[in-house]
Design a protein around this ligand. Structure first.
Ligand SMILES: *Cc1c(COP(=O)(O)O)cnc(C)c1O
Length: 478
């Protein structure tokens, strides 16, 4: 059977206007004064393509007549598409998930001090590679090296683009064409894009796996050592933990073995905390200083995980090894830019006073926020929401658990308080989508048909924006 007007999909599609016809509309002509012509042409083409796809996907030809094919009906869509094209793609979002180091949402946010440092260097010339005392060329690394040495008590330090590149550099420089011994239980994948075996292949080092997934003894490393062995590697399993019947070689044992065979020991620490976290379950995370004290030769960790700074890979250890890394040609390809240096330097300076670090660095502050404070804040947010949207949502405050994220502290359960929102007029899925489409987008947790707002990661100035975002979710049409 065909539609009311007796047209098939194909016949109906023939009535669809072409780009040129739409462009002739006066409203579209007016837009040309505000936006580049090419952008409007592209947007129009996308709108027409969408309509065509929509019609082709329709199962009931009887409903074809309900699709408005007029040029005029396309105008709002074209406007929306143009807005999408011209507005920045990378934008701020509100993280209401409670996951502090959320890799998809940009991991750590910077402290106000780090932002100021960054801004200053971004908008002015700087002494990036200029020695102000001597009046001659200097090194970009000088701004960070002494600082990291003081904070970690390391002999030497270096900073590269991220931890993945730090591991790549070290493996290439120490073990190209030679063997690296790693425990099977530590061949981890982090966030899908970083796998130890893949990085090892790229570096030209040869992976020599030892032990079983759950158990690796120091004797396994010992019997794997041969004339082609270049490095003993330990990898922090970051985002998972093997529990139960397990065994791993300790750092101390590896260091001893390394000394015996004159082999360097490297530790990919992943998150790399610089201070002891003052809580029992968080204290499990090894600090860079403790690993160093155990005698590890080279340690690598990220700048934007628990450290709470910008994306960076920090390498610390014995001068004998770090100086080789600094000279290795690949180092130039993965060097840090001035923005990273500025933000990292300011972040690191806060660590001279650990109390200050906990107050100033958002990642640390969020992880350490006491439950009492979180409950108070959730109560406040719930109250603000009740005033505005209690007719449309069931609103409750509940205790929940948040995670540190970023592959740090996989088992740590951070007790938190959430505002649980139950939509009365639409599905949770729909509400979640609308919040995601809000300006700024509000990213939430969904659990058992409820939208959870975890106040741990919500900034004070975002409470109003969240209330407004919920206020805009009105009906299916909005
Ligand atoms: C996160 C992580 C990496 C990758 O660090 P990036 O800074 O994201 O490059 C490497 N190793 C471990 C153990 C990690 O946890």
């Amino acid at each position: 059977m065909s539609s009311e007007r007796g047209l098939s999909k194909k016949e109906y599609l023939r009535k669809l206007s072409g780009v040129d016809e739409v462009l002739k509309l006066s409203e579209i002509q007016l837009m040309m004064e505000l936006y580049p012509r090419e952008v409007i042409v592209d947007a129009t083409r996308l709108v027409i393509d969408d309509l065509r796809e929509h019609i082709m996907a329709m199962e009931d030809e009887n409903k074809l007549a309900q699709v408005d094919l007029s040029r005029e009906a396309m105008v709002p869509q074209v406007k929306r598409r143009v807005e999408e094209i011209v507005s920045p793609s990378l934008r701020r979002v509100i993280n209401a998930t409670g996951v502090v180091i959320h890799t998809n949402l940009g991991r750590s946010i910077l402290s106000q001090e780090a932002v100021r440092g960054l801004l200053e260097v971004a908008s002015h010339y700087s002494n990036l590679e200029f020695d102000l005392k001597k009046g001659e060329r200097g090194s970009r690394y000088s701004h960070l090296t002494e600082l990291i040495k003081t904070l970690t008590k390391a002999e030497d330090a270096m900073v590269v683009n991220n931890n993945a590149s730090a591991v790549l550099l070290a493996l290439a420089a120490f073990a190209k064409g030679r063997e690296v011994i790693v425990s099977r239980g530590e061949l981890v994948e982090i966030g899908g894009s970083f796998r130890i075996p893949d990085v090892m292949r790229e570096s030209g080092a040869i992976l020599h796996e030892v032990g079983a997934t759950n158990k690796t003894y120091i004797s396994d490393y010992r019997s794997a050592i041969n004339e082609n062995t270049a490095l003993l590697l330990k990898v922090h399993t970051s985002n998972f933990k093997i529990v139960g019947f397990t065994q791993e070689a300790t750092i101390e044992e590896l260091v001893e073995l390394g000394k015996e065979f004159d082999l360097p020991v490297m530790y990919d620490l992943g998150s790399g905390v610089l201070v002891n976290l003052p809580s029992t379950q968080l204290a499990e995370e090894p600090t860079a200083a403790s690993a160093l004290k155990a005698g590890v030769d080279v340690i690598t960790f990220s700048g934007d995980k628990l450290l709470g700074g910008p994306q960076a890979g920090i390498i610390i250890g014995k001068t004998r090894y770090i100086s080789r890394l600094k000279r290795y040609p690949l180092a130039r390809a993965i060097r840090v830019d001035k923005f990273t240096i500025a933000a990292l330097e300011t972040t690191l300076r806060a660590y001279f006073d650990p109390q200050k670090a906990f107050e100033e660095i958002p990642t640390l502050r969020m992880i350490m926020t006491p439950l009492e404070e979180l409950r108070r804040n959730a109560g406040k947010l719930a109250e603000m929401l009740r005033v505005k949207v209690s007719d449309r949502f069931g609103i409750e405050v509940k205790d929940e658990i948040s995670r540190a994220g970023g592959g740090a502290l996989p088992l740590a359960e951070l007790p938190t308080s959430v505002v649980s929102m139950t939509p009365k007029f639409c599905s949770t899925v729909e509400a979640e989508q609308k919040l995601r489409g809000n300006i700024p987008p509000i990213i939430v947790r969904v659990k058992e048909e409820k939208i959870l707002l975890d106040v741990r990661t919500i900034l004070p100035e975002e409470y109003n924006e969240i209330v407004e975002g919920f206020g805009k979710i009105e009906s299916r049409e909005s």
